[in-house]
Design a protein around this ligand. Structure first.
Ligand code: MG
Ligand code: ZN
Length: 379
């Protein structure tokens, strides 16, 4: 009898021990078949944080990308995976404004809200907090730079449709680097006579159209901040020739890394996976998904070499109720959609680098803000 009690006691102790290890911030991430390992002590705090958002990128979008690619996707190499609950404050189905505001500000808000809470009052964003801390900051998107996702990191407006007001909010920050579309909201405004290109230049930004044809040749003076608007309105889909996300993200990482000894915060968005979902166009989804994944590979390469960079990849929500159905093969997916809008699916979160283990589990989308803040040592 005594032996039996002793036996159960041992099991209990062992059980508690492993539980504690998995929940501890210092724990090595649970992982299977992974080429990437943390090159730093797991307890170390990251110097840089890169948040990558694939707009509308649910599990099926990722699955379609995986089965459409000859090579393994870079998403398959992440050591830590979690899931977030994407809902808005007023709707189980979020839009991209409320979704990005949850990541940027840590608050659940109403659909359409840009960097404001449910009461429409401005909430400081993680990008603004990083600026205050002396970190360099940047954003790269394949939508306009004033579109809901990037806007929620830098602007505070009651509605996502206020593109010109959002553009003017760029002048209220000291963001060091931005690339995306939407030039006309800066230099040909309808609501006022302001030329925000000129105002940005007066504020120390290096802005020019001269390098429009080849982003790779840009030499940015280190004393300057950098802004580049890739198109008047929405940038093209990658299938129609857009080809800047990987290059722009690489430029952003290198520029911001040299810019600040205090580290940097960078948001990169693969904006148009969502637009493929709205269009119920599987090929659009897959080409944008693979473009985003190539960019992730580039970022992971930097993070692995650097050793002090936390990389988080997630989506704001799923779009299209996309599914892969009976009759599919790797060469030919049979796909279907249940909606031309977003769904309430749980959304995957991938993390690599110091602080990554904090991103395992199931949590609210707002927890991503809390976890990034904690990783950056902010209150
Ligand atoms: Mg977006
Ligand atoms: Zn959408």
């Amino acid at each position: 009898m005594n032996k039996l009690i002793l036996f159960f006691s041992i099991i209990l102790i062992v059980g508690c021990g492993s539980q504690k290890t998995q929940n501890s911030e210092d724990a090595t991430p649970v992982s299977y078949n992974i080429p990437l390992t943390d090159p730093v002590k797991p307890s170390a705090k990251p110097k840089n944080v890169i948040l990558m958002i694939g707009d509308g990128m649910g599990i099926s979008q990722i699955t379609a990308g995986i089965y459409s690619s000859d090579k393994k996707l870079s998403l398959e190499s992440f050591p830590v995976i979690g899931l977030h609950k994407s809902h808005a404050s007023n709707d189980l189905i979020t839009d991209s404004a409320a979704g990005a505001t949850a990541f940027a500000c840590g608050v659940k808000t109403y659909n359409g809200a840009i960097g404001v809470g449910p009461d429409s009052v401005a909430v400081e964003t993680i990008l603004e907090k990083a600026e205050k801390k002396g970190m360099a900051t940047g954003m790269v998107a394949t939508s306009t730079i004033v579109h809901a996702t990037p806007a929620s990191f830098i602007s505070h407006q009651p509605s996502r449709k206020m593109y010109e007001e959002i553009a003017a909010d760029f002048l209220k920050t000291d963001i060091d680097f931005f690339i995306g579309g939407g030039k006309k909201f800066f230099d040909r405004r309808e609501s006022d006579e302001r030329d925000l290109y000129k105002e940005l230049e007066a504020k120390g930004y290096f802005i020019s159209d001269y390098f429009k044809e080849d982003l790779g040749d840009v030499k940015i003076p280190m004393k300057k901040k950098f802004g580049y608007l890739t198109s008047d309105k929405d940038p093209l889909p990658v299938a129609q020739g857009r080809n800047y996300l990987k290059k722009a993200s690489n430029m952003a990482v290198n520029f911001l890394n040299r810019k600040s000894p205090e580290g940097f915060f960078l948001m990169i968005e693969g904006s148009q996976i969502d637009w493929g979902g709205h269009a119920n166009d599987a090929n659009y989804i897959i080409t944008e998904m693979l473009d985003f994944d190539r960019t992730i590979a580039q970022v992971l390469k930097f993070a692995k070499q650097d050793g002090e960079t936390l990389v988080i990849v997630t989506a704001d929500h799923e779009t299209g109720g996309f599914s892969i159905n009976k009759g599919s093969s790797r060469d030919s997916l049979v796909t279907a959609f249940t909606t031309d809008y977003h769904t309430a699916d749980l959304i995957p979160v991938f993390a690599y680098g110091p602080g990554a283990s904090d991103f395992a589990g199931i949590y609210q989308n707002t927890a991503i803000f809390d976890k990034m803040k904690r990783a950056m040592g902010m209150r």
